[in-house]
Design a protein around this ligand. Structure first.
Ligand code: BES
Ligand code: MN
Ligand code: ZN
Length: 468
């Protein structure tokens, strides 16, 4: 089995290294700059048509080579996209060390630095670069906490690597190995519940979903930290979703290596929490399975009895995520004081509703929801609140069992999936994200492929959510 290469960690240039200035300008600032510090390049910038569009770069010639560069921040209306502008600029800069010049507000300096780090991501496990690519490096801007940004970038790289690794090299066992490697790095304790007997008895729906695969299903459990409020993250770890007997058509199956995107994202969030040493007691639960087809596969209209005791009629074997999460959420809620957050690539309906850029989330608690929305603005990690719409509860009740995993009618698929999960949760302090986890087209700092959603919003929100 090929082992994963050691990941390339994001890094800043050393603070004492010689570096070139990168002057960040909005279109409104060009004239002043050219009349002052940038006077010697006024002719060159005018002749080359520099307009300070977002991410637009011009190198500045000096007496003995390069004197620096200018980068456009776009008009003020585009300034919340500073991160992407800088990420775009990195590709146009020669290798070497750089520092940000100009008077950007602190939040923009932070975003610029994060964009720069994220632009360093490569997924080259299956096509390694012939020579190591030398990327330009940035000095951590003044007043910006380097450690926080490095943790954010490292977490994002981990999430992307886990999602991008194809299912043949990222099955339940390999996801467990990555989970244990993450835990080991920070001295967290782990437990893996594997094996037909143990799983069938304690987590019957995780077993039912995963047992048809040659790669055994399991529940991964990590704990870190001894003091502070309890935070439990639950991530959907479907390493490949064929749909099961209700097999997906090829177009629908094509992206399903990413169906462990929830697990990848909570692992990224856990990395940030542990690397930054947040004062919480952290638990991470990942039901890791492959939704496969063989003799023991669960069948449409099978009725499962969950860990909680609720019975579930399987009306579609492709609605597997809510089944495995239900048993993991039941376990999470056996610690009554926990704040519980689940993240999952749960429904195609979420993608239809909000597309790939927004992370839809559900929370009954207004305080938690407000904290997340504020965290999303602070971290520029956009989210959109969705309703746990109680009037739709009857849609998930099939009559013959307590619950239906796949209501007919095609209404509000993401909402009914969230309502299903909520039936297994016994605390009002519950948040659920129905993420997409995949960027459909190359964008600055976000290449096509796996992408984290919501984790940085949550990191920003945690102090508020947990009273830290
Ligand atoms: N993993 C899929 C959801 C998914 C599909 C997420 C495409 C992102 C992109 C999930 O297991 C699934 O198949 N859900 C079904 C549920 C339905 C059968 C009730 C869906 O959304 O179609
Ligand atoms: Mn499915
Ligand atoms: Zn799935």
């Amino acid at each position: 089995m090929p082992t994963a290469p050691a990941p390339v960690l994001p890094a800043f240039a050393r603070a004492d290294a010689a570096s070139l200035p990168l002057h960040a300008l909005t279109p409104a600032q060009i004239a002043d700059w050219l009349a002052g510090p940038g006077a010697e390049w006024a002719g060159w910038l005018a002749a080359s048509g520099f307009e300070a569009g977002l991410g637009e770069v011009r190198l500045l010639p000096g007496d003995s080579g390069l004197a620096g560069a200018v980068v456009g921040l776009g008009p003020d209306s585009a300034r919340q996209r500073v991160r992407f502008g800088l990420a775009k600029a990195v590709a146009a800069l020669p290798a070497g060390d750089w520092h940000l010049a100009g008077d950007l507000p602190e939040k923009e300096r932070r975003e610029a630095a994060l964009g720069w780090l994220l632009a360093g991501y490569r997924f080259d496990r299956y096509r390694p670069a012939k020579e190591p690519t030398r990327l330009p490096r940035l000095k951590c801007p003044e007043g910006v906490d380097a450690e926080t940004l490095l943790a954010m970038a490292e977490a994002e790289f981990l999430t992307r690597d886990l999602i991008n690794t194809p299912a043949n090299d990222m099955g339940p066992a390999e996801l467990q190995a990555a989970f244990e490697a993450l835990a080991a790095r920070f001295g967290a304790r782990t437990e893996a519940i594997v094996g037909d007997d143990l799983l069938a008895r304690n987590f019957p729906m995780i077993h039912a979903v995963g047992r048809a695969s040659a790669r055994a299903p399991r529940l991964l459990d990590m704990r870190w930290g001894n003091t502070g409020p309890q935070l439990t993250l639950v991530g959907k770890g479907v390493c490949f979703d064929s749909g099961g007997l209700d097999i997906k058509p090829s177009a629908g199956m094509l992206l399903m290596k990413k169906d462990m995107g929830g697990a990848a994202t909570v692992m990224g969030l856990a990395l940030m929490i542990m690397r930054l040493g947040l004062p919480v007691r952290l638990r991470v639960l990942v039901p890791a399975v492959e939704n496969s087809i063989s003799g023991p596969a669960m069948r449409p209209r099978d009725i499962l009895t969950s860990r909680k005791g609720l019975t579930v009629e399987v009306n579609n074997t492709d609605a597997e995520g809510r089944l495995i999460l239900a048993d993991a959420l039941t376990l999470a809620c056996e610690e009554p004081e926990a704040l519980v957050i689940s993240m999952a690539t749960l429904t195609g309906a979420a993608r239809v509703a909000v597309g790939p850029d927004l992370a839809p989330f559900y929370a009954d608690d207004e305080g938690l929801a407000a904290a997340i929305e504020q965290g999303a603005r602070d971290g520029f990690d956009p989210v959109w609140r969705m309703p746990f719409w109680a009037p739709y509860e009857p849609m998930i009740e099939p009559g013959i069992a307590d619950l239906d995993n796949a209501p007919s009618g095609g209404f509000a698929g993401s909402v009914t999936a969230a309502l299903f999960l909520r039936r297994f949760v016994s605390t009002p302090r519950y948040v659920h994200f129905d993420i997409y986890g995949h960027n459909p087209a190359d964008a600055p700092g976000r290449p096509k492929g796996g992408v984290g959603q919501g984790a940085r919003a949550l990191l920003h929100a945690l102090p508020q959510m947990l009273d830290l």
